[in-house]
Design a protein around this ligand. Structure first.
Ligand code: 0PR
Length: 379
């Protein structure tokens, strides 16, 4: 190992490295943001706690249980059971793993929308499940007849997305629920992004949470729009039975069983999530989400003024702008300091997430640069 450095030298190395990390101001490609200050305080307080051996940390274990109740309440099922995971990937893996375990199959498949996050491909690999992708309709929602045509006796779960990664679209969860109930299969809703947006939009027409009968599990990430610290994911099940299908004996820990994927896991993330949710309450999140939606509408109307249309009218604070030569435009934007991403083919577009750190001022500057770049490209 290397010779020890002085504390000052260590800090110099870290400070230099940190100075090369980007600030969030011009990052329009991320679903993360600066955590709320109270989340940072809570995180620091609970840094050394480990929910993987919860008997040693009953204080933070109780905080996690209260956090799950608050999230359950947001998802219209306060009795829901689950835990604070490391993020959407772990929550999706575990939601589907519970379904697979309950089915008793080792040669099954899952049917997910073509718009599903790539974590579902990891699931196929890890759990030995065939991942069948159902087509999207013209609104970029999953097409129910395509789902139906792919379901068979080996299907262990369906997934629907409430807030797709690339378009912010919400799948017809009630339609998926009907198929799941008819067939007696698990329906997992990936609301990794939408879980902390949709409840605050005041849109009763969007039905996607536990109010929909066939929904068995939901992913919802505090480290995205929940303003918590990384790594904070949420996984909630309607029934305890699903959590039990994930449990293994731990043999020698202070708790006899463990249902989480990771062993050692952060109590800090749970405390941070609790802190933001308790401080902001529903009203606080409504204000934040309204702010993001105002900035989203501002971006879309500004884009229209320079002749650019979104793929769909934004449902939440994710916008896919249709521009010519998308990869070129994206790299020209990067030269001007703007970080945006792209949606996949066949729905290629500039993908922009209007997180709470994105301001109207920066959207205006961005649009100016975008206009200039497009004029150059069209020449
Ligand atoms: N499900 C959905 C719908 C998602 O959008 C994401 C992540 C996940 C699951 C997986 O969540 P974790 O990354 O927490 O495991 N969506 C973002 C994306 O792929 C993740 C992200 C965040 C990427 C910040 C980049 C970044 O800078 O765009």
């Amino acid at each position: 190992m290397m010779e020890p450095l002085t504390e000052e030298e260590v800090m110099r190395v870290l400070t230099e490295a940190r100075s090369r990390d980007l600030g969030y101001e011009r990052v329009f490609s991320t679903m993360c943001t600066r955590p709320h200050p109270i989340a940072v305080r809570a995180h620091q307080m609970f840094l050394e706690t480990n929910l993987g051996d919860a008997g040693l940390f009953p204080g933070v274990a109780e905080i996690e249980a209260r956090t799950i109740r608050m999230i359950g309440d947001l998802l219209a099922h306060p009795e829901a059971v689950g835990y604070i995971s490391t993020g959407g990937t772990e929550s999706n893996i575990q939601g589907i793993r519970a379904a697979r375990n309950a089915s008793g199959r080792r040669d099954g498949n899952i049917v997910v929308p073509a718009s599903a996050h790539f974590s579902f491909d990891k699931i196929g690999d890890l759990l030995h499940l065939e991942v069948r992708k159902a087509q999207l309709d013209s609104d970029l929602k999953v097409d129910l007849s395509s789902v139906e045509s792919q379901v068979d006796d080996k299907t262990v779960a369906l997934a629907g997305i409430a807030g797709t990664t690339e378009f912010g679209q919400v799948d017809p969860i009630d339609g998926l629920s009907k198929i799941a109930l008819d067939r007696g299969i698990h329906l997992h809703v990936d609301a990794a992004f939408g879980g902390f947006v949709l409840p605050f939009l005041g849109r009763d027409d969007l039905k996607w949470d536990f109010r929909v009968k066939g929904v068995s599990s939901i992913t919802t990430d505090p480290h995205k729009m929940g303003l918590s610290t990384i790594p904070a994911g949420g996984l909630l099940f309607r029934d305890l039975r699903d959590v039990m299908s994930l449990q293994l004996d731990t043999h020698y820990l202070t708790v006899a069983k463990q249902a989480s994927l990771t062993g050692t896991r952060s109590g800090a993330a749970a405390a941070a999530t609790f802190a933001v949710m308790a401080l902001l309450g529903r009203q606080g999140f409504e204000i934040i989400v309204k702010g993001c939606m105002d900035v989203t509408r501002h971006l879309v109307s500004g884009a229209k003024e320079i002749g650019i249309e979104p793929m769909i009218a934004p449902v939440m604070n994710v916008v896919a702008l249709q521009v010519p030569k998308t990869p070129e435009v994206r790299s020209e934007l990067a030269k001007a300091g703007w970080h945006v991403s792209m949606s996949r083919e066949p729905h290629r577009a500039l993908r922009i997430i209007l997180m709470p750190h994105v301001t109207v001022e920066n959207v205006n500057l961005f649009l100016k640069d975008l206009d200039r770049i497009l004029r150059g490209i069209n020449k």
